[in-house]
Ligand binder design. Sequence first.
Ligand code: GDG
Length: 749
Amino acid sequence: MNDHAATTQHWINVARHTPLGLLCDLDGTLVPFASSPEEARPAAEVIALIEELASLPGVTLAVVSGRPKDWLEQFFPTSNVLLVAEHGAQRRGAGAWEQMSGLDAEPLEALGLELDRLAAAHAGALVERKATTVAIHYRNVPRGHRGALLVEIYGTVDRFCETHPSFERLEGRLVVEVRPSIVNKGSAVSWVRARAGADARIVAFGDDLTDEHMFVALGGTDEAVVVRYGDARPTAARWELEGSDEVHAVLHWLLGVRQEHTPPPAVLPREVHPQAPSSGDAAHDLVVISNRLPELRHVDGEDGRKKNVGGLVSALEPALRSRGGMWLGWSGRTVPDAQPRSAGTIEEDPAEAGGVQLASFDYKESWYRSYYGGFCNSTLWPLFHSFPSRVQIKDADWQAYVDVHEAFADATTKLAGPRAMLWAHDYHLLLFARAMRRRGHAGPIGHFLHIPFPSLDIFSMLPWAADMIDAMLDYDLLGFHTPGHVANFLACASALLPAKVADEVVQHRGRSCHVSAMPIGILPDTFQEPPEASAIEEVLGLMRSLGDAALVLGVDRLDYTKGIPERLNAFGRLLERKPEWRRRVSLVQVSVPSRADVPLYAEQRAMIESIVGRINGEFGEASWVPIRYLYRSYPQAQLAQLYRAARVGYVTPLRDGMNLVAKEYVAAQDPENPGVLLLSQFAGAAVEMRDAVLTNPYHADGMARDLDRALRMPYEERKARHVRLLATVQRSNAVTWAEGFLDALAACR
Ligand code: GDG
């Protein structure tokens, strides 16, 4: 028997079983969606079909709905149809209504008033009150505004549920509802079974999350059929149909089978693939999500194959490869807002790069402006690096931030299996877990923040501070670079929310979120490989031009957090205070272009160029240039050679999550003649790298003295410090970091 024949026979057996129980949800199952709850009414033929089925001998049929009893009764006034209203709070058996005992819905009045206020401020939102629940519908709220409204709804509803633990939040299709937690549609299953007979076989049809309660309450010989609308959310149902028309067709066929003429089925429920995604080929068990996709830079490996040398991608590659993982990010392209197709369309990169499959989608132009340039880089970046005066706060940027999370979550749902492990990266994706939980994602979701997490007083500048922490607590695991960042986050969680914090676990809304310091590492070997001749050519040229001068090296993205002007000024101060260093030392500053279209970055560049000009003008000579400023990037092999040639690694950010340059500099040194790492005390790396010369980048005189000390450091001390620093860099590398994170994430569940 082929699959189709087997399915048909299976359903014939189900349809013929006596006693047979049928549970049918109303909205979205028997009735297609309409633009308002009032317009969503069953058609006369559907009412007739239900009544006919319910009157068959051996069949017990219940319409199970979240709607109030009066609404249901108008369609099925006196028939054999059993009715279950308000998710089970009220039921009509043999003609009479009964209410579930022990229900007290009075506290919902106050919540209803709060939701009224929200609905008044958001066109299209509608509050619905029933005897035991209150709901807010947002199906008529324009899509672009739903994210912001949802944030407010969840804030209001979750506060209510925290103070009223006997109530719970319920998510339906485009509706959020609050009801007493003892009520759910699952109770309808035993209620119907009690009427149909203990040996009844029950078939339940439903489309939304409230119907899942019914599905999980079913027994082993029962059948659950989920009704889809092009979605692929995880479900407990074994079978699926597409839209209410298919439900009607199946019920018609069932009627025919019970009436003994067994018509050929026009459509039958199809089996839900256990891990089926809604698009693409296979559902992935691990999906990494970040704003930018990794840059896949390739070099030829010894075996002639391409080898991947990108930073984060190299760290994650083994984990992604062994778990069939995928990496989702922004394509780097923007499309006009009005263009409906592209924004949100996923493209999977067919060329697997170094074992890592990539998927990407385009941003709308307004997202690029308000999400990327706005909330990410003009709000969160300065805020989290503790530059309050540079923080720009705009409602529209926050809205875009919320919207882009919805787009990421939609795209992820298409790629990930329902229990997949999801790992989101950085400040671009702080709300991602919340968006996924709302889509019913059941697998573990983790986040790693690559930048610092600020102190409570700074973080509180954000008008959405509490909401952001609340959303972050939907993650199972939050990773930070340092114990200081962890402490800041925990302080914010306990100050801004009624959350319980103990032993780096935050308990909130019945969930546990683990918070942990997991400093990122590098792949030290890739900075120690002997260079190819072509790679050193340019570096050798640069070294020749420096003559005998000792090389002090700065390498950063051009960013105001990196403290480049302060570093240059301190170098100028050294030349001024210690003239003996003139002609004997040169600073090479490599500044990699970054976010050049953000005005602050353009200003920073102009400022750096003017300081370089001033110092070179003041101290330079025909045969000696004090500062060489290179506004460009270098291939990694050349960077490694520059590191190795530098007497001092001058790494002095004003604030940095970690700073990989510090670790790379150490890894690249010649162990027999190592240089000295001069490191800002405000870089996350300073926590682990205690054997660097630590310096305060805000104190030019102090930094000039520390630079002098680094340049003069005796050989034995340089070597002893380097041995310990190298051990630190080698102890936990990028791959152990990634595996450690994923193991910890798996252990959270
Ligand atoms: C964020 C956090 C955290 C630089 N110039 C060139 C080049 N680079 C590479 C370096 C290094 C990387 O860029 C820079 O990493 P950092 O850690 O220094 O800084 P961010 O870009 O700000 O990174 C930071 C990091 O995330 C990881 O969690 O440490 O705190 O801000 O790897 O080598 N690479 C090449 N040519 C260059 O010219 N090839």
